[in-house]
Design a protein around this ligand. Sequence first.
Ligand SMILES: Cc1cc2nc3c(=O)[nH]c(=O)nc-3n(C[C@H](O)[C@H](O)[C@H](O)COP(=O)(O)O)c2cc1C
Length: 273
Amino acid sequence: MKLNRIWAIFFSPTDTTKKVVMHMAVSVSRLAICPVLQYDFTLPEGRQSFPHTEQGDLVIFGVPTYAGRIPNVLLRYLDTIKGSGAMAVPLVTFGNRNFDNSLIELRDILEKAGFATVAAAAVACEHSFSYSLGAGRPDGEDLAQITNFAQKLYSGICRIEKPEHRISVPGIPGTYGGYYKPQDRYGKFIDIRKVIPHVSESCTGCGLCASICPMGSIDSGDIRHMTGICIKCGACFKKCPASARYFDDEGYLYHKRELEELYKRRAPNSFFL
Ligand SMILES: Cc1cc2nc3c(=O)[nH]c(=O)nc-3n(C[C@H](O)[C@H](O)[C@H](O)COP(=O)(O)O)c2cc1C
């Protein structure tokens, strides 16, 4: 099968998914000698439409794992997208704990949308809540593995005559077994859904946080005022040039510390072809 175009399509509040997807897309395009087109649906504007893909296209489609699943705020949008027979690589990132059922869920979403999923990948990255959990990932070692996978992917695609392949990935099918639920030291569910980021004295009022919030929930006229939900994606606090954004909720901080304590090992990446 000849490739005409490679698409890099992603949701990526703290840019790790973007980095992984772009690296994979560029690595395949170098071999296929065809252009890479980028579509970013991180911001609300990006979720107003979807690019037209077609047979002969290969789409590297990346989202982060949230609570072991696809971020649920994206589901309504993902239900509207159309693949029109393009080949796709469902790709999830995760913050050094586990991707659980997010990859199987993304594979199913893309198949339902009319993509032919020919390969898949789950790549460990720095966790959105933390600077130490999976620190600096994807790093050189991860990128080298992605380059290697891209080579195998491209040779595999060259051997495909008609893209009908539905890649098999591990995970619980169907209802996907619910969302990962953090617990406190007494085994009680830590509910961080209503937790919001605060703003410290070091805020310079630049307004960047309002412009990069994937939910469009920070009031650009008064960045201390939230107009909608917070998904704890980390964009505002990791990208703030004055490090003025912070969380002080005890449950959130307990969960973050526990993850940092329990998941010090280097989580492996998983590639499926
Ligand atoms: C609300 C939320 C839940 C998350 N849940 C998980 C999880 O279940 N397992 C895991 O390993 N990482 C989890 N992560 C970490 C992200 O998957 C990871 O940091 C990812 O690389 C972020 O992608 P981005 O940089 O493109 O935003 C979670 C992050 C957030 C914000």
